[in-house]
Write a new protein. Sequence first.
Length: 324
Amino acid sequence: MKKEKMFCEICEIMYPAPTARKEDTVKEVLEMLKKKSKLYESIDYIYVIENNSDLIGVFSIKDLFRLSPSTQVKKFMLTNVISVSPKTPGENAAHTALKHGIKAMPVVESKKLVGVIPPRKLSKILNDSLRKDIFHFAGIHKSHLQYENTLKVPTGKSIIHRIPWLIVGLIGIILTAGFINIFENILEKHLILAFFIPAIVYISSALGTQIQTLYIRDLVVMGEELRVRKYLFKQMSVSIIMAGIISVFMFFIISIFWNQTYIAFVISLAALSALIITSLTAFIITYTIKKSGGDPALGGGPLATVISDATSIIVYFLIATALL
């Protein structure tokens, strides 16, 4: 008995089924439903039984409203009933219902009707199955995140999965802050450079996050059809154009408000270089994490962000030092 229960996955999502006898009339079935409607999760179909719950037919509740009250069930019921057994996996039951266009799925064991899986449960199974497939395409698997529903992940396990990436990010930022000290002299000479560090970091990080998010989304949509080289070329082309627009905009803003044309040129050139490099970096990091079997949703964000920030600052100061 214990072995049987182990395979009864759909028992937990099964509900009592509305039933009738083949000799019942439409009027009798309607009266029965009025009395027992609270017992049922769904009344899309009424199942016809005989001899202690043997399933012999089915009909839609719509039939009760289009036929004469005196019409007997046996005259309009369908005898070809699609059903599953209690041992059928929930996902298989849902796909069977979808394949045959059935709103609710009856569960039958040894010809006896034992319950029905209502539409709400079938929809949930299909939704969970779709989410699992989407996560799989995005590189998110149970091998490194054992739960598909984030709300069900134990607090401790969630922290273990996420905190290492944040610590890596913190270390990266600390090292970047130390790197800035190297350029203390040029900052003293050109204080305006310090004003635009947050802007450079923000816009680089934002563009990198766009690249990462779009790549994961397109992996989900296109799956194996996505060609990495062609995709990278397209994304980098778009990023270069956007970087150019942003850099030109920064040039005019700095020239107008600070009246320092050459400084504006240096900062805008540094911004252009930083945006292009960090766009490429964000893509490579996300691609590498996915290719290595990691979870880009957990690792790509923090790691790509800190590398993007560090790269943008390094490029910014290297160009500024070289030209000023």
